[in-house]
Design a protein around this ligand. Structure first.
Ligand code: ATP
Ligand code: MG
Length: 387
């Protein structure tokens, strides 16, 4: 890594957002100020970029790894701020390249944002390149250079940089409204949550607990998962549904092979009520097409039939291997694989329906007063505010 004193932040995808762009940039600016260890950093918001000017004591490696985790950042460059004189730009650019680990080729790319600067971009490119060519073994490669030496000239000063790092992309957190994530403690749901967070969706979480069939350790596991995936949120709401009684009633009245289908319909009914109560815009799950009996399209159709809110399934098309890969990247995998009993696994029937019939489902549901049990679940939710 070269020495640098400034980081230039780009927001890529936000450009497509027209008049919303200003709000998005403001939110990103706010999120960065709030979530970075910001001592010794001066935050500057400009029309097209955000700049971080760093004092010497800033832990730069730590800052870079934090920036990689902030959604809405498309890329960022590690730059040096210099006085914008012709001689200084040439000298500093030359030094920057000389200090880089030796490669063979380079290209100079100048943006003259200050149009009053007396030399145009092409001429600066040529002046800098000729200094380098005369005084080093480097050659120019305009198509695939080892180093792209970028120069950005602003009023009074310029930025020069070689290194650009890819960001997380997506949208800044809290710019897309809120959703209720059904979180189990398994591998899939935390990954689904992280994909939604990256899209700027704010999340609250709903967990179905069935004590004494499920253990309190599951709740700790869910909390640990939320701590990892929501490290960029100031606080997080986890709603815990006491699900035991409703589940027992399901198993009393419903043929075993239909129990999971109906249990899932109850989960969705409860989730939709919570979505309304919490003024959220959607509910979300970690389901993936075909993964288990309740996740065939036929099952999803019968289960979604009870929803009067949108259900988002970020992993619908993902293979388990892809999901595991992401869960390792976002550091949830080791928590997710801790052994636990989910409310779905404890009553797992030998032959769950992969193609449930709606008329049968309705006949089973008619056998008991599920509506008041659903209301009771919602009424008795315990909400925990984490962090
Ligand atoms: P994971 O548990 O990681 O989601 P899975 O393959 O075990 O993966 P299922 O158990 O089939 O998935 O559950 C599908 C989805 O239903 C989960 O992704 C989650 O969104 C929701 N879900 C399952 N169990 C619970 C629970 N106890 N509380 C809240 N949501 C749950
Ligand atoms: Mg599960």
């Amino acid at each position: 890594m070269n020495q640098f004193d400034t980081i230039i932040i780009r927001f890529g995808e936000l450009y497509t957002k027209g008049k919303n762009k200003k709000d998005f940039v403001n939110r990103l600016f706010y999120n960065m100020k709030n979530n970075l260890d910001n001592e010794g950093i001066k935050f500057i918001k400009a029309h097209d970029h955000i700049y971080l000017e760093l004092e010497e004591n800033v832990d730069k490696e730590n800052l870079i790894s934090q920036l990689k985790n902030i959604s809405g950042i498309y890329s960022f460059s590690l730059a040096n701020k210099i006085d914008a004189t012709e001689e200084n730009i040439i000298e500093s650019s030359f030094k920057l390249l000389m200090n880089a680990s030796k490669q063979n080729t380079f290209k100079v790319y100048t943006r003259r944002i200050d149009k009053t600067f007396p030399i145009n971009s092409d001429s600066i490119n040529r002046l800098v390149a000729s200094k380098i060519l005369k005084n080093s073994h480097y050659k120019v490669d305009v198509h695939h250079p080892d180093y792209l030496l970028s120069i950005e000239i602003r009023p009074h000063f310029a930025y020069i940089f070689l290194e650009t790092i890819k960001g997380l992309g997506g949208y800044p957190s809290n710019t897309m409204g809120g959703a209720l994530m059904l979180i189990s403690g398994g591998i899939d749901s935390p990954v689904a949550a992280s994909l939604l967070l990256k899209r700027g969706v704010h999340l609250e979480y709903l967990h179905f607990a069935s004590p004494p069939y499920t253990n309190v350790a599951v709740i700790d596991k869910v909390k640990d998962l939320l701590n990892v995936i929501s490290s960029n949120q100031n606080h997080v709401y986890l709603h815990i549904v006491p699900f035991t009684k409703l589940q027992e009633e399901i198993y009393r009245h419903v043929n075993e092979s239909y129990a999971i289908t109906i249990m899932r319909r109850m989960m969705i009914r409860i989730a939709c009520k919570v979505v309304k109560n919490r003024h959220l815009l959607a509910t979300a799950t970690g389901e993936s097409i075909g993964q288990v009996a309740s996740q065939t399209l036929e099952s999803m159709r019968v289960i979604s039939g009870v929803a009067d809110e949108v259900i988002i399934r970020p992993l619908a098309t993902y293979d388990k291997v892809e999901v595991i890969k992401i869960s390792k990247e976002i550091n949830t995998y080791d928590i997710s694989i801790r052994p636990y009993e989910d409310c779905c696994t404890i009553f797992t029937p030998k032959q769950p329906k992969t193609k449930p019939h709606l008329d049968k489902v309705l006949a089973f549901e008619n056998k008991f007063d599920y509506a008041s049990l659903v209301d009771e679940c919602v009424k008795n939710i315990e909400t925990i505010r984490l962090k």
